[in-house]
Design a protein around this ligand. Structure first.
Ligand code: EPS
Length: 406
């Protein structure tokens, strides 16, 4: 079983992640984790914090001589802001976030931001200061998830599974979505400040971010995550909680600020007839064979409106998951709110923030898809060493395809 936990506050000493269940024999370095962490930090519309941090995950356990041992992998990521920066009232974060009681009290946050975790959080956890909530609900936590995702990426690469993402909407500026099979220039996505390969849309998106910044406002958008190379039949139709679709919706829906998740043509299918939605299967004379003569991919489709999932299982076509990201809740021109001490009308709390983190969200979405697919692969193929997983994977692939033995 693959499982992971993260811990850490946004302005505390750092973040921690533990991933358990990756098989032995996978090549891992801190450098490959750093690659994804750097991608997560980029993106137009971020605030000053990203200039302070250079996220780096130090491997504490589970890896020896560059290879996993099958034991839990613990990662530690420092928050530089904690040791170097000043928080509210010009006091160092070491004071604001001190684990010991402090004599010189920190001004509590009582002006709750609509749209943020603040209001339900302080109510539920009986917090006097909304910082007790916002420090953990901050998207800073996603750093740990992206580090875990990078470990899963290394595992999935052993099977030719790749996961990418791009941005298809920021603040209403739209770029085209795909069915996951049309070629996308991933190098251009990585170069784009908003992670969008279309240069015209990319420019308009940065302008939308600038305009929102000017107004002290924020913007949301849509990210699209595409995974290729999965075998047919990951997940299961057997129970609600064994469906891969269930797990992906939960995983991608868990991203900060995500308000909706769809697969393939998703919500648009509501207005279409079945004949325009379902993906017709190609006859075998149109199938491709791999180098060894076996089917490269069994049961290929003429279209991929399903986004690579049918009945909670992979079809073998690319997985296409889209997530709608709301505009972030911290606004420089604050919304009206109430003071939790007095109940009186006031303006919401503002502290340094981003205008948007939609481009970043794509990288976090990748991480959650990587983790979910790694779990699904291990559930289907098992293995304590990755070679065992590979043998099981190859043996399974040899059994799928037409039953007449073509
Ligand atoms: C965030 C507020 C900002 C973001 C932060 C998420 O942080 P700060 O309050 O330190 O300026 O930059 O994102 C990160 C720190 C990160 O690593 O992505 C929030 O309120 O959610």
């Amino acid at each position: 079983m693959l499982r992971f936990l993260t811990a850490g506050e946004s302005h505390g000493p750092g973040l921690v992640a533990i991933l358990e269940g990756l098989p032995a024999g996978i090549s891992i370095t801190e450098a490959i984790i750093r690659e994804d962490l750097a991608r997560r930090q980029a993106g137009y519309g971020r605030g000053g914090r990203m200039k302070i941090e250079t996220d780096y995950a130090v491997i504490q356990s589970g890896v020896r001589h560059g290879r996993t041992m099958g034991s839990p992998i613990a990662l530690l990521i420092e928050n530089r802001d904690f040791s170097t920066g000043n928080g509210p009232d010009g006091k160092p974060w070491t004071h604001t976030m001190s684990k010991e009681a402090v004599e010189d009290e920190v001004t509590p946050i009582h002006r709750l931001r609509p749209g943020h975790a603040d209001t339900p959080g302080i109510s539920k956890y009986a917090a006097e200061d909304a910082r007790d909530i916002l420090e953990r609900s901050s998207a800073r936590e996603s750093t740990a998830r992206v580090a875990v995702g990078a470990l899963c990426r290394a595992f999935l690469a052993e099977f030719g599974i790749e996961v990418h993402s791009h941005v298809t909407n920021i603040g209403g500026v739209e770029a085209s979505t795909t069915d996951g099979r049309e070629p996308i220039d991933w190098a251009a996505v990585e170069e784009s400040p908003v992670r969008c390969a279309d240069p015209v849309a990319s420019k308009a998106m940065t302008e939308a971010i600038d305009a929102a910044r000017e107004d002290g406002d924020s913007v949301g958008g849509i990210i699209e995550v595409i995974a290729t190379g999965m075998p047919i039949g990951l997940g299961s139709h057997i129970q609600w909680d064994t469906k891969l679709s269930t797990k992906l919706i939960a995983a991608v829906g868990s991203l900060n600020a995500v308000k909706g998740v769809e697969f393939g043509t998703g919500f648009a299918q509501a207005s279409l007839r079945g004949s325009k939605v379902h993906d017709v299967i190609k006859p075998t004379e149109e199938w491709e064979r791999g180098a060894d003569g076996s089917w490269a991919r069994p049961w290929p489709r003429r279209s991929n409106n399903a986004g690579g999932l049918e009945g909670g299982m992979t079809t073998g076509e690319p997985l296409v998951v889209r997530a709608i990201v709301k505009p972030i809740a911290t606004l420089r021109s604050p919304l009206p709110t109430v003071d939790t001490a007095t109940g009186e009308l006031t303006e919401a709390h503002y502290e340094r923030s981003d205008v948007t983190f939609v481009p970043t969200c794509g990288v976090i979405g990748e991480a959650m898809v990587l983790i979910t697919l790694a779990e699904a692969m291990l559930e289907k193929f098992g293995g304590d060493h990755v070679d065992e997983t590979k043998r099981n994977h190859a043996a399974y692939l040899a059994t799928v395809g037409p039953r007449f033995g073509a």
